[in-house]
Design a protein around this ligand. Structure first.
Ligand SMILES: O=P(O)(O)OC[C@H]1O[C@H](O)[C@H](O)[C@@H](O)[C@@H]1O
Length: 286
């Protein structure tokens, strides 16, 4: 966890709003653990069960608000990747928009937080987010309701940045045999041979709905998902974006639960779609 986020969490007992790098954030620090959510983009920036290191990575040097924050779980909505015929930035408008917190339901074992955008982000689609956290797991749901009149399709992602010891020593299992589009090779279609070891720059869209295991050092994390047939794996390698300091280059890997050009979501008026990612620690007998 970045020093500034760490200081915020340590200075919090219970729940409060605070400022992080010019952005309003909700900080919760309870017996079960801690989390930090930015009102910008409904972006979860930090989650840790009590006594554990943070599970997510967030840059200590974000661009100025309201530019997108690199880290935690950015929402790519209502499109993933390039503007895809829309007018607007890569990965959509949700991650830079102001959101409001509709409810914080705290209980002995954990917390559930509900968020919705302050303004309409799409003419027909309305998103909301539910984050559930406790000492064992983190669940995030991005629910899209069709509140318009005509069928519409969209793409999206929960663009999760996982904190790791050494990016280029990580292994991701659960993708063996899956087809993928290699974004670093002109979107060529390829087959994953064996398990995936991250050893350099990687930008791939796997056609897969399976749960994945991320092994980093002595820790194995399980990432399951719902409502998603695309798993995006991304690390920039040595071509670091400007908001990633060199010493942080090996501290993260992105494993994204997505709906992409491989599995666009079609919604009829009055229907909804639920995209979810579930993170937990893998133990030997689980
Ligand atoms: O820099 P961003 O807009 O946050 O995008 C970061 C990355 O997100 C995804 O993982 C895409 O597959 C990548 O192509 C992109 O570079």
């Amino acid at each position: 966890m970045s020093d500034a986020l760490c200081t915020l969490v340590e200075a919090t007992h219970g729940q409060r709003d605070a400022d992080w790098c010019g952005r309003k954030v909700l900080v919760i620090n309870e017996g079960w653990g801690s989390l930090v959510i930015a009102y910008q983009g409904a972006q979860l920036l930090h989650f840790a069960p009590h006594g554990q290191q943070g599970w997510l990575w967030t840059t200590p040097t974000p661009k100025e608000a309201p530019d997108a924050i690199r880290g935690g779980i950015p929402l790519c909505w209502p499109w993933f990747g390039d503007a895809d015929g829309h007018e607007g930035p890569a990965h959509g408008t949700a991650r830079t928009a102001p959101w409001r917190i509709d409810a914080v339901d705290e209980h002995q074992e954990g917390v559930e937080v509900h968020l919705s955008p302050e303004q309409r982000l799409d003419p027909q689609l309305t998103p909301r987010v539910v984050i559930q956290a406790n000492a064992q797991r983190l669940n995030i749901e991005l629910i899209t309701e069709h509140t318009g009149d005509t069928p519409v399709s969209f793409t999206q992602a929960l663009h999760t940045y996982l904190a790791v010891d050494q990016s280029f020593e990580c292994r991701i299992s659960g993708l063996a045999g899956a087809r993928y589009l290699d974004k670093l090779d002109g979107l060529r279609e390829k087959d994953q041979q064996g398990e995936l070891g991250i050893r350099g720059a990687l930008d791939r869209i796997y056609h897969s709905s399976r749960p994945l295991l991320l092994e980093s050092g002595n820790t194995t994390r399980r990432l399951a998902k719902q409502g998603s047939d695309s798993s995006v794996i991304w690390h920039p390698g040595s071509a670091l974006p400007g908001d990633v300091p060199a010493e942080q280059a090996q501290r993260f890997v992105c494993i994204e639960a997505a709906c992409t050009q491989l599995d666009r979501v079609w919604l009829a008026p009055g229907s909804h779609h639920l995209l979810a990612q579930h993170l937990s620690l893998e133990t030997r007998d689980s």
